[in-house]
Design a binder for this molecule. Structure first.
Ligand code: GTR
Length: 326
């Protein structure tokens, strides 16, 4: 490239940046661990477009994808402190901070994605979102995350017995540590970004996740055995820092909430497409997939996890209400 061309390109990028900054009175920085194009990243971008349009260009969102702002546990702290304005994360890393979020992270609590949708779209979902207010955050919306299953570098898992003694990475939540322990494995809580190299070097045998994350992270390259035991359906959540929220007028707060809610159906569509595409990529790569597995022993093994974590009447009531949702 000639110097003039590079100069022209740089000038146009600078111009676009200046124009965007000029138009927006406020630009919320939003964090996501996933790469550009991932359904959660695209959904928050969509929310930002809605917001920009509805506020006549006053309020904008800039999504920092690929963990540019850090790993989830750290970005959650930064969001509570107001350093980061918005964050799209799994509900799992909130378990040790906001007790009520544990109920959505219990293994096999949801019977299906449809059941999860009914619950998060209803009053229980709203009640849990409201809890974020007590922790310097505002819960805006739930996104989909399919179901999580085990993958590893060693062997196909055909039954619960095959998990005995295997080392699995889990998200940083005690619920998931106890879940893997109850299944006979050894759990290592660790940030998402360290999983690939930890499997590669044998620090752990594997991890657990949904199709799109298993694919986009490249974990399938080092862990070519995937078993669809579907032990977790943990929704994702989009939150805002209470500090950023408090800077908005009541009308603008409502606009933000509505734009987040309106991004949900778009996200669900993107999610369904990406799940199918990721499954295809993983299949084509030759990953050995165990689709049929008896889940009954897995479900039965979870009793101690419920005993350890569903410890108050309030949590027990929530679990009963979730189960009662048709
Ligand atoms: C993904 C989820 C991420 C992150 C990741 C993990 O499914 O979308 O937010 O929590 O799992 O396992 O850390």
């Amino acid at each position: 490239m000639t110097k003039t061309l590079i100069g022209a390109l740089l000038a146009s990028v600078a111009f676009a940046g200046a124009a965007a900054a000029q138009d927006c009175e406020v630009t919320f920085r939003s964090s996501d661990t996933h790469p550009d194009g991932y359904p959660t990243v695209e959904a928050v971008k969509h929310m930002g477009e809605l917001l920009q349009e509805r506020s006549d260009g006053r309020i904008c969102v800039e999504v920092f994808h690929s963990a540019q702002l850090g790993e989830e546990k750290d970005t959650i702290e930064q969001t509570q402190l107001g350093v980061i304005d918005m964050n799209r994360v799994s509900l799992g890393p909130f378990n040790n901070i906001i007790e009520e979020t544990k109920v959505f992270s219990l293994p096999y609590i949801f019977r299906s994605t449809e059941h999860m949708h009914q619950v998060v779209d209803g009053e229980i979902g709203q009640e849990i979102l409201d809890e974020f207010q007590n922790h310097d955050l505002v819960g805006l919306a739930y996104y989909d995350s399919g179901s999580r299953s085990f993958y590893n570098s060693q062997k196909p898992i055909e039954s619960i017995d095959d998990l005995e003694g295997m080392k699995f990475r889990v998200m940083q939540s005690d619920v998931f540590v106890d879940m893997v322990d109850a299944l006979g494995g050894n759990a290592t809580p660790m940030p998402y970004g360290e999983v690939y190299s930890s499997i590669q070097t044998g620090v752990i045998d594997g991890a657990e996740n949904n199709w799109p994350s298993f694919e986009s992270s490249g974990h399938y390259e080092v862990a070519p055995y995937y078993t669809l035991d579907q032990h977790l359906i943990v929704p994702e959540v989009l939150v805002m820092s209470k500090q950023s929220w408090d800077q908005l007028s009541a009308e603008d707060q409502e606009m933000v909430r509505q734009a987040a809610q309106d991004s949900v159906p778009v996200m669900r569509e993107l999610w369904a497409e990406r799940e199918a595409a990721s499954e295809q990529i993983i299949e084509d790569a030759g990953v050995q997939i165990v689709r049929e597995i008896d889940k009954t022993p897995f479900i039965e093994a979870m009793d101690p996890v419920y005993e350890t974590h569903v410890t108050s009447d309030a949590l027990r009531e929530l679990v009963d209400r979730i189960r009662a949702v048709e």
